[in-house]
Design a protein around this ligand. Structure first.
Ligand code: FA5
Length: 352
């Protein structure tokens, strides 16, 4: 079969179509040519319609030539479409490329920092978990029973004056210490109990370099058989040596809390001034870190635990002061001041 139609009119038509198709430079232009040549009102239809008017002997060859021209034009259109598609895909690499390294080089994303107190809290929680304590939480808004009465601080007891309380409506208050969690732990668990709770506490008091009106405590409680002061001291010593990871001088002094008997306070040699005297230690060289003692039998009873069988220890440590000692921070008020220059110093992590 010859690739040229026999009929000279369809041959001319085919050549004309081939030239137009070659000149088309877009996919849309090729589609328009398909319609113009092969569509219902296209050029080839005109030819086909004219065949009926030919003498019968010419109709067969003319029809054959027209069909061949149709096939040839279809092939040319398909070829051109393919060529244009390939060219377009090849050009995508030039027009739509992305520099995968560019975004990182030109867009600076500010990274958030972990607040030093939040980091301290996480670290204390991890340490306590590793020491076998479970980590509990307690409400900031407390009732009198949990904050005072169950802790052996009845109404009118002078100890209530030591904790400048923010009272709310309905006899509620902002907890002045984390010790109410001791009661909540005893109410919801059976001995043996080992639990800690870290969180915010609120006291309406005068501010200075080591006193805030919103600060943080970690409460620890252990209830078991035959618990004595040795267990308490060992636990505190282990906790502090893990936090400081260097030798720090501490001292344990007898003290008074209605909810412990005996009661103690633990001070650390001031790590801001090295003991020489500064506003943080009020020029004494020592900073009070925590209160502690053996749980008073009345408190065990209030928590539903039989003091004839069980005993325990408890401690309440100032997390802000611990963090200050750790980083030699010279004023507790830096923590809530929101100065990014202060916070940025801790970007490298707590042991940075
Ligand atoms: C108490 O709050 C007792 N609940 C602690 C306790 C718990 C004793 C369990 C016995 C058994 P105190 O008021 O001393 O005690 O506070 C404990 C610690 O919180 C202090 O040693 C100190 O480190 C910290 N602290 C107290 N007041 C402030 C304050 N205004 N700003 C920052 N830290 C404070």
């Amino acid at each position: 079969m010859s690739d040229r139609p026999a009929d000279p009119r369809t041959a001319a038509l085919r050549d004309e179509a081939a030239e137009a198709i070659r000149a088309a430079t877009t996919l849309e232009a090729v589609e328009a040519l398909r319609l113009a040549w092969l569509g219902k009102s296209g050029r080839l239809q005109d030819v086909l319609r004219g065949i009926g008017a030919l003498p019968p002997a010419e109709r067969g060859p003319a029809g054959k030539a027209a069909n061949e021209a149709k096939g040839a034009i279809e092939a040319l259109l398909a070829e051109r479409l393919e060529a244009l598609r390939t060219a377009r895909e090849a050009s995508l690499a030039d027009t739509e490329w992305v520099d995968a390294t560019q975004a990182a080089a030109t867009t600076r994303v500010a990274r958030g920092l972990v607040h030093p107190l939040a980091a301290m809290r996480r670290e204390l929680e991890d340490l306590c978990l590793a020491m076998g304590f479970e980590v509990l939480d307690g409400p900031w808004v407390e009732d009198e029973r949990h904050n005072f009465e169950a802790l052996n601080i009845p109404r009118d007891h002078p100890a209530r004056d030591n904790q400048d309380t923010t009272w709310l409506e309905g006899g509620l208050l902002l907890r002045t210490h984390t010790s109410p969690v001791q009661i909540r732990a005893m109410e919801t668990r059976k001995p043996p109990i080992r639990a800690v709770a870290i969180g915010r506490v609120f006291r309406h008091e005068a501010l200075d370099a080591s006193h805030e009106n919103t600060f943080h405590q970690i409460e620890g409680i252990l209830v078991d058989e035959d618990v004595h002061v040795g267990h308490l001291v060992f636990t505190l010593r282990t906790l502090l040596s893990e936090v400081f990871r260097k030798d720090v001088e501490v001292r344990l002094r007898p003290s008074f809390f209605p909810f412990t008997e005996p009661s103690f306070e633990m001070d650390v040699r001031c790590l801001v001034c090295g003991g020489a005297g500064c506003p943080v230690c009020k020029r004494t060289g020592w900073v009070e870190l925590l209160g502690c003692g053996l749980i008073h039998p009345n408190v065990l009873k209030a928590g539903g635990i039989d003091p004839a069988r069980w005993s325990g220890f408890a401690f309440g440590l100032g997390v802000d002061r611990l963090c200050m000692m750790r980083h030699a921070i010279d004023d507790i008020r830096h923590f809530a001041a929101g100065d990014v220059r202060f916070l940025a110093q801790f970007a490298g992590g707590l042991h940075g």
